[in-house]
Structures are given as C-alpha cells and as structure tokens.
Write a protein that binds this ligand. Structure first.
Ligand SMILES: [Zn+2]
Length: 131
C-alpha cells in the first residue's frame, strides 16, 4: 500500500494494493487489484514481459517453490534436539550392554583357564600318589 500515486478501485474508491503476479503468463509483473476481488479492479503497473524473461522468471519461480517445499520436509532444530537426546540415551544403554558383555567374556576367560589348571593339578597329585 506504500506507493504513489494511488490507484483506486473504480467501484469502492479504496486505494488498491500493489501485487506481484506469479502466473505462468506474467511472472514478476506488478499490478494493482482491489482487495475485494469481486470488484474486478485490476490494472498493470509494469508492461508485458518478453517471452524469454517470462520463461526465465517462471523457471526461477518453480525452483523457489520446489526448494520451499523441500525445506518444509527438513527436520527442524527442535527435531534435531529430540533426536540428539534419544541418541545420547541409546549410547548410554549400548555402553552399559558392552560393559556387561565384557564382564561376561572376562569371567568366561577365567573359567576356561581355571578348569584345565585344576584338572592338571588333580592329575599331577594323582600321579604323585600313584607313583
Ligand atoms: Zn474495490
């Protein structure tokens, strides 16, 4: 609404806002239109665009809309913070499981060393007694 000279709607007489068209035929072209669409007041601010610029602006408009759509699919900072907390919790659980497994492996290792030693000593003692 901050433009001069004012363009007023022919029906209600109110100052019409200036808009930018993103239609395929007139991308980037400014125009005036009453906020009451049914009043039918539309007047171009800019002249017609060349076909080359029309295609170029249309392609750029499509790219911007595509990127805006993609951006809505990206995780927000809040999503990342929630995922980071979950990851920290799971990392703690995994490190506890790893610690338990290491203790089990260690005790299995001692058992596998002690039983043959006891067997060897028993055999040695039996051998001494029998001889
Ligand atoms: Zn009007």
């Amino acid at each position: 609404m901050d433009y001069e000279p004012a363009k007023n709607c022919g029906l209600c007489g109110k100052k019409a806002p200036r808009w930018i068209s993103w239609s395929p035929a007139n991308p980037g072209r400014r125009y005036y239109s009453c906020v009451e669409a049914q009043h039918g007041f539309v007047e171009w601010h800019d002249g017609p665009t060349t076909p080359f610029l029309c295609d170029l602006l249309g392609d750029l408009r499509d790219k911007v809309w595509m990127l805006e759509e993609e951006a809505t699919q990206l995780p927000t900072e809040n999503d990342v913070a929630v995922l980071r907390k979950e990851l920290e919790k799971k990392t703690i659980v995994i490190s506890e499981i790893v610690a338990r497994c290491e203790k089990k492996v260690e005790s299995q290792m001692y058992k596998s060393m002690i039983y043959p030693l006891i067997l060897f000593l028993a055999g040695f003692v039996a051998g001494m007694i029998l001889s």
